[in-house]
Write a protein that binds this ligand. Structure first.
Ligand code: PLP
Length: 373
């Protein structure tokens, strides 16, 4: 498939993956961990030796993502956290990392622990102060998340890239490569939890990194570390991911439309105190979102219901279509009371995080109306 194709075409065709051996229009699942050599001890396929290094199914999924991101190279990992860990493991002992505050709590918790053990100076900065800090503070790595989970803050990727000489890594999980191609805005590496919207069916755990420069020293380290340390996605998960990504642009479009309509509806509801969603003109990060998100504002939003913890939990308990479960980006709508998960991080007790799926929007709105009523 040539390089001129648009995301919907790349995704629907899985970047041209077929099964040449059978003639099947979808690629075969090849679960082998090891690969044959011939009688002269040459590998039958020089690119396949052992599945901790690579596999056909992995390459197929990576190629779809590489094209969607406009990247030079893409690497898949067994989870989003494994991808983030691969980035931070490149930091030298005694190095410095600037990390956005109020991002996915699992990321913050792991980075804090890792930096302490490695003697790395960790500077945590609110989204609004990131550009100023990056201008005045030298660092090896800057890590941002936009839109952020669960505050839905947006960060101007271009402004941060201009403010710092450090390697800029953007977690764009909530945007997916369909809405934001972070490399186009100056990120050096873009990261996603592919467990979320990219897979979109709540049945594969995966993470992905894509780079603008495959010869950059940091990327060489990440690539070598994945292979040697074995943090690689298995062929079955890669095959599932390739299958799921065929509908990624359609899913993202519908989820974004649904989320926008639900956000607008809830914003006007008398039992709601506020809604965090970058698609709302009243959202503080709306202008930045308009600059760097194309085709919608994603499936993630947070709702502040009037009242406190008990009121939020009562609403969550009454919802019928929105399943009470963690995670986001799946075709089925989910809700989570984040304060129960991270009571110590300043998340308001009346905040309900919502991942909007592809269901009928009338049904979704009716569910919230009955739960709030
Ligand atoms: N980044 C964001 C924004 C997330 O929401 C998550 C998970 O919720 C992660 C990273 C971690 O990804 P995973 O759960 O695939 O390890």
């Amino acid at each position: 498939m040539d390089n001129t194709k648009k995301p919907a075409t790349i995704a629907a065709h899985a970047a041209g993956a077929i099964d040449a051996q059978s003639g099947g229009v979808v690629p075969a699942l090849q679960p082998s961990t090891t690969y044959l050599r011939d009688a002269d001890y040459a590998l039958v396929r020089p690119d396949n030796i052992y599945s901790r290094a690579d596999s056909d199914n992995l390459r197929q999924a990576e190629e779809v993502l590489r094209r969607l991101e406009g990247a030079e190279e893409t690497l898949l990992f067994p989870s989003g956290m494994a991808a983030i860990a691969a980035v931070f493991r490149t930091l030298p002992n005694g190095g410095t990392a600037i990390v956005q505050s109020g991002i996915y709590w699992g990321t913050t918790a792991w980075i804090r622990d890792f930096c302490t053990r490695r003697d790395i100076t960790l500077i945590e900065v609110e989204a609004e102060a990131l550009a100023t800090t990056c201008q005045s503070q030298a660092a090896d790595l800057v890590f941002i998340e936009t839109p952020s989970n669960p505050w839905l803050k947006t960060v101007d990727i271009r402004a941060i890239a201009a403010a710092s000489n450090a390697t800029l890594v953007v977690d764009a999980t909530a945007a997916t490569p369909i809405l934001t191609r972070a490399l186009d805005f100056g990120a050096d590496i873009v990261m996603h939890s592919a467990t979320k919207g990219i897979n979109g069916h709540s049945d594969v755990l995966a993470g992905v990194l894509s780079t603008r420069a495959k010869d950059a020293p940091i990327w060489d380290m990440i690539r070598a570390d994945r292979k040697m340390a074995g943090a690689i996605l298995g062929p079955f998960e890669a095959w599932m991911l390739t299958r799921a990504m065929r509908t990624l642009p359609l899913r993202v479009e519908r989820m974004s439309q649904n989320a926008q309509m639900l956000a607008e509806h809830l914003m006007a509801h008398s039992a709601v105190e506020g809604v965090f969603y970058p698609g709302l003109p009243s959202h503080a990060g709306h202008d930045i979102a308009c600059q760097q998100m194309t085709g919608g504002f994603g499936s993630l939003l947070s709702v502040l219901v009037k009242g406190g913890r008990e009121d939020a939990l009562r609403v969550v308990g009454k919802l019928e279509l929105f399943l009470r479960a963690t995670s986001l980006g799946g075709v089925e709508s989910l809700v989570e009371h984040r304060h129960t998960i991270e009571p110590h991080t300043g998340i308001p007790e009346n905040l309900i995080r919502v991942s909007v799926g592809i269901e009928d929007i009338g049904d979704l709105i009716a569910d919230w109306d009955q739960a709030l009523g």
